[in-house]
Design a protein. Structure first.
Length: 338
């Protein structure tokens, strides 16, 4: 079977989302996918969408993988329309974000919600982030075959430390501008921050370490745990971004795990099930209980978490989770086509 992947260059080079898409391209290229490259310039992207891609599409047969979303809603709609004109080509979406669940979670922006659903309905198959997102797809009437990624793979060549002293230290990597809960957080343990848009001042024991590219940041993580939290509150994950954790699989989880670092996540987050099942971290209801919870973690407990993390890290570094979800999905699509 011929397999293709549209290589769409995002303009922002210093984010986890760009790293996730670039890793997908590397993993799939090494497993039989032909990259359909798109220029990074705005004019080049428009030329591809409206001129070169429509001319080449009739010659393709097999499966084409599109990372969702790709470009603006208008551009993505045009790309999908072009693909669907070729009945010899199966369209597969690999989900990165669903704006309906993120920025439009209250249902107020019906135009964007309608466009997103219309696109999803065109897919012959979908690689969803996790089972909760898949349940949501089914609830809005998406009926095509769906498999679950569960966790993002993360190509990381920083050597894994086999032994790390346990001190209960924590790191948090991400866009600090939207992580307003940090301004209210009181901890006796040190929390090290890495990312753009820091505040001028944080509470005691919160230390800003600087901003690094996705390829640099893994070498900067020296702490015992990686924190995943979002919103305005320390007692729960709230607001647009916090609520999105109920469906999203944050890429920073894979940054931590691929570095052999156990994670701390909100109990109600979709990723909490993966963390618990693989015993690679701690789930909590509130950040206000974090010091108390870490007081109960023994050196032996931490050693077990670290050993499990290293096992998962090796899988993430090989692209195992994406390849497994893709293989399962193509098998279902192939069986349906018979």
């Amino acid at each position: 079977m011929n397999k293709y992947l549209i290589s769409w260059q995002d303009s922002d080079k210093n984010t986890g989302g760009v790293k996730a898409k670039a890793d997908v391209e590397k993993i799939m290229r090494h497993h039989g996918y032909e990259l359909i490259k798109v220029s990074a310039s705005k004019i080049g992207k428009l030329w591809f969408t409206y001129c070169s891609f429509p001319m080449m599409i009739s010659k393709l047969t097999g499966v084409i993988l599109v990372q969702f979303p790709t470009g603006t809603p208008t551009i993505q709609k045009k790309i999908v329309e072009t693909i669907k004109k070729n009945r010899k080509l199966k369209l597969v979406f690999l989900i990165h974000d669903i704006e309906t669940l993120r920025l439009n979670s209250d249902g107020s922006n019906t135009k964007d919600i309608g466009i997103e659903k219309e696109l999803l309905l065109q897919a012959n198959g979908i690689i969803s982030l996790n089972s909760r997102m898949t349940d949501w797809f089914r609830s809005i009437g998406i009926k095509c075959p769906i498999t679950n990624l569960n966790v993002w793979d993360y190509l990381n060549d920083v050597p894994l430390e086999t032994d790390k002293k346990y001190e209960g230290s924590i790191c948090f990597a991400g866009n600090l501008g939207k992580s307003t809960f940090l301004e209210k957080l009181k901890l006796k343990r040190r929390l090290h921050l890495l990312g753009p848009n820091p505040k001028e001042k944080y509470p005691e024991n919160i230390i800003y370490e600087g901003q690094y590219t996705p390829n640099e940041i893994a070498s900067r993580l020296k702490q015992n745990f990686g924190l995943v939290w979002d919103g305005t509150s320390t007692t729960t994950c709230d607001g647009v971004y916090g609520s999105y954790l109920r469906y999203n699989t944050p890429h920073k989880i894979s940054l931590y795990l691929s570095s052999g670092i156990p994670v701390i996540v909100w109990k109600e987050a979709a990723i909490a099930e993966f963390i618990a099942n693989n015993n690679v971290g701690i789930t909590i209801s509130s950040l206000d209980e974090l010091d108390k919870v870490l007081d109960t973690v023994t050196v032996t407990d931490y050693k077990v978490l670290r050993e499990n993390c290293i096992k998962v890290a090796k899988k993430l570094r090989r692209g195992n989770y994406l390849l497994s979800a893709e293989e399962e999905l193509l098998k279902i699509i192939g069986e349906k086509s018979k």
